[in-house]
Design a protein around this ligand. Structure first.
Ligand SMILES: *Cc1c(COP(=O)(O)O)cnc(C)c1O
Length: 491
């Protein structure tokens, strides 16, 4: 029964639905990872009361929301009641996706999280970092900096070095040896707005002691932003360990289908930060969604939200399978004479194996009848250097017949690329040396095929090094028609 009138009436209604959602939240938080991934906050209540009983979260292909009257509109647009209003800001489909991902990133810890879905992983990185890089009205001439691992995704390197450092004069301080805590410490000062890290890194598989870096940064009042794309919440949950903000390229392993591009910023409530307004610190992801991203317009479309949500439901078992396949492939490559070096954190002789093993655990393995105990998994990204330098690496790469040559990763289909001429080409020789990316490195992301078939393809491609290579040209670029022509490369 509603007792109020006008705007107050809608606030009362909103309080009732907030109560119902809080109950749904409390109930789903009691569930295991897979259940959360499958249901999120989409309960029977939600289906029956708001969605015609649909068991699957509907795709709300609608630009905007209508209001009952001027009172409701006023209450909504002054953010006094929950509203989605306009799909650049929010949308029910977006909400279901965001709630599920927020729950997964906070899984297993007593931490309150929220999420803002963005149009790509790069948009997530820009959204998460830019609010910290604004002018402090009390200190307008301050030369601001941030501290980041140099082993980051190529696009991240470009955004930091070109868009932020060169174009905006922000001092970007690269940490070269991220496992050296003293280097982190020497680079953080009173002008540091945040520290940023990617682990495991793409493609080099760098790793650092996350707990120690969080402790160090927080002792100086500096927030920690982590790119958790490669690990996914299945293997690692930085927010649960105390990090302030996580970004995801949802495009990658989290979805793995390859249907589209998407990203997300997930944050814990009440982040640590010397800089920023109280509202920004209280709920960073919600602040992003309702203010900067509302104004800059990089939030995700409802269609991509539902596609991502649907793909994410089975992420735990997929990451487990991909990881097991990758382990077999990594072992094969490390025993192969045509390969100089394999970078995979799962290999016991990797110098970072022990450190990574402290962090990368398959969620709920102890509750899984197959395992019944905690189990390490290391994801499906690996890289290897082909013996014989660049020509051999290119020859081997060109010989792949089932593994796709694409600047992509995180797929259910195995994909490979040569980072020096693709994902990391723009950062130049010097930048690549700093990030330890040699020209004969092949990045491989092992998918859901049977590992034996992936190994067979790698084996035959490695066998072609030094010999004549027959390259299939399946279509002509000009027409897109099939030609089936086969060309023989000169020796
Ligand atoms: C791909 C990727 C990104 C960027 O994500 P997009 O969705 O392609 O914009 C960021 N970080 C990592 C680690 C990535 O692999």
């Amino acid at each position: 029964m509603l007792t109020q009138t006008g705007v107050e009436r809608y606030k009362e209604l909103a309080a009732q639905s907030a109560e119902r959602r809080a109950a749904d939240m409390a109930a789903i938080k009691q569930c295991r990872f897979d259940t959360i991934a499958v249901h999120g906050l989409y309960s029977m209540n939600e289906a029956l009361n708001f969605n015609q009983g649909s068991i699957i979260e509907p795709m709300y292909m609608s630009s905007s929301q209508t209001y009952r009257d001027s009172d409701e509109m006023e209450a909504a647009l002054s953010y006094q009641i929950p509203t989605w209003c306009y799909s650049r800001i929010g949308n029910p489909s977006m909400y279901y996706f965001e709630q599920t991902l927020a729950l997964l990133e906070g899984y297993g810890a007593d931490v309150e999280t929220s999420c803002c879905a963005t149009s790509s992983g790069m948009a997530a990185i820009a959204s998460a970092t830019d609010p910290f890089l604004t002018v402090d009205p009390a200190n307008p001439t301050q030369k601001i900096n941030f501290v980041t691992t140099c082993q980051v995704y190529g696009g991240t390197f470009q955004q930091f070095s070109e868009r932020k450092m060169k174009e905006r004069g922000i001092d970007v301080r690269w940490v070269v040896n991220s496992d050296d805590l003293a280097e982190w410490e020497s680079k953080i000062d009173e002008n540091t707005r945040f520290v940023y890290g990617e682990l495991p890194s793409n493609p080099g598989q760098a790793f650092f002691d996350l707990d120690a870096v969080i402790k160090l940064a927080h002792s100086k009042g500096v927030p920690v932003i982590i790119d958790n794309t490669v690990g996914t919440p299945v293997l690692m949950r930085p927010l649960a360990r105390g990090a302030d903000i996580v970004i995801q390229s949802v495009t990658k392993t989290l979805t793995s289908s390859g249907f589209g591009i998407a990203g997300a910023v997930i944050s814990r409530k009440n982040i640590t930060s010397n800089f920023g307004t109280d509202g920004m610190k209280a709920d960073f992801a919600m602040y992003l969604k309702t203010l900067p991203n509302r104004d800059n317009g990089q939030n995700l479309s409802p269609m991509n939200c539902i596609l991502s949500l649907n793909d994410m439901r089975t992420v735990r078992s997929k990451v487990d399978m991909f990881s097991r396949n990758s382990m077999k492939v990594a072992r094969f490559l490390s025993d192969h004479p045509g390969v100089d070096e394999v970078n995979y954190l799962g290999l016991e002789d990797n110098p970072l194996h022990e450190l990574a093993s402290r962090y990368l655990w398959l969620a709920d393995a102890e509750h899984d009848e197959m395992y019944g105990k905690p189990v390490n998994r290391y994801g499906h990204l690996l890289s290897f250097n082909v013996a014989g330098g660049t020509p051999a690496a290119r020859q081997m790469f060109d010989g792949l017949q089932r593994i796709w040559r694409a600047t992509d990763l995180g797929r259910v289909k195995s994909v490979a690329c040569i980072p020096a001429i693709s994902t990391h080409s723009q950062q130049g020789e010097e930048g690549r040396q700093m990030a330890a990316i040699p020209p004969n490195m092949i990045r491989l992301c092992v998918g859901g095929e049977h590992a034996d078939d992936v190994i067979a393809d790698l084996d035959q491609a490695l066998g072609q090094v030094g010999g004549k290579v027959s390259v299939q040209v399946p279509y002509e670029y000009s027409t897109g028609g099939a030609s089936g022509a086969s060309v023989v490369e000169p020796e």
